[in-house]
Design a protein around this ligand. Sequence first.
Ligand code: NDP
Length: 453
Amino acid sequence: MAEYDYDLFVIGAGSGGVRAARTAAATGARVAIAEDRYLGGTCVNVGCVPKKLYSYAAHFHEAFDDSAGFGWQLPEAPRFDWATLRDNKIAEIKRLNGIYNRLLDNAGVTLINARAKVVDDHRVEVNGEMLSAEKILVAVGGWPWIPDFPGNEHVIDSNRVFDLAEFPRRFLVLGGGYIAVEFASIFNGLGSESHLVYRGALFLRGFDHEVREFTRDEMCKKGVNLHFETTIEAIEKQGDVLQVTLTNGETLEVDAVLAATGRRPQLAGLGLDQLDVALNSDGTLKVNERYETSIPSILALGDVTGGPELTPVALAEAMHMVQHHFTSNPPGPLDYQNIATAVFCHPNIGTVGLSEEEARADFGEVRIYTADFRPMKHTLSGSDERCLMKLVVDDTSDRVVGAHMVGEEAGEVIQAIAIAVRAGLRKTDFDATIGIHPTGAEEFVTMRTPSRR
Ligand code: NDP
């Protein structure tokens, strides 16, 4: 008889947890997964997926405007109906939840719809029952965090922003990270008066400086109201209206305030505090390259471990973890360098590798190639949107160590460029690549003269 009820007990059915459960089960392991909320986690339910759907919706606004120069005449001014978007989104997410359910079922994973608590190295309590497992995987993700200020009870977080009962005619987002710039763009595109309030001088800290400035200018041109070097002092609710006082003395009246001020690991009630599991300084779980916590039978991956909070990272970690613990073929450590990422503000940002500032610090001598141009589409559309493409090259080795884009479908373009950057290709390889004409992306293989060194 087996010593434990399961070989692997997964807590949290988000991107990382589901991938770990399915992949482990495919090796023949007996796997259970506990989830007390929705299947698919943040990404599917209140993150990447609905956000991208809303971003598509917001882009139509410009597409309608752009079409006139190409000869399209709309019978009347298009109107946006929030309830249609919201409810179609709800139906689609429900469909995806069903797919996740079937994926787990087909993989032979036991799904338990309840919150599990870790009791000791090999036991969890779930629905009042004690279950044992050789390995326990904590993949509970993170939860939005809202700063403390008078009236912060009137603020919504990114879990609630998708399902607002009423469309906010005036929308304000606090923060200067991914979620803030994405939602400021989305509501602006959907027709709200949109405000972004950020405490620093320029949002998107950590991204390439030129990319940040270019994005600021493009978002301003599209009508997003950017309030930098200030933050929310207090919010007062007057009827349905929120009166927001900023620390710079400005007052804004809006219908909804979103706090996009980062996320924290969701460890409350999980029992790990009683087991003295080691934490990182930001409160996330500390793991080694085998995704073991300080208690080796308790594993963790994804957002709860404090790496890049990105779905593809959690998926890669899950597959690595399974190879380590459920196969006889352990892999080398996961490579966290050159992880490409996109920010779905309007226009989109795509980026891989080092910013110009990081490359200058790492290599000293660099060559910077930039193209800042009006995309061909906008010669007829009349739109003043511009596109930025940028390559950062280590002068000594000629390797392209960073590639950045702000413009339409930047994520799609940078995904392909990321293969070249990860492979360590040189600028001469980019130059030897013949472009696809007419595309915007061909700029990445036709930039010949450095903009600066
Ligand atoms: P981020 O960490 O990206 O940004 C948080 C922002 O909030 C920063 O601008 C930060 O400012 C600001 N902030 C923090 N504390 C305070 C405070 N007390 N008062 C005012 N401002 C504050 O978090 P998000 O919430 O935007 O997103 C969470 C994570 O989810 C992201 O980091 C990303 O990994 C992931 N994500 C990825 C997406 C994608 O791949 N497209 C989309 C959405 C989310 P400062 O910079 O000054 O510290």
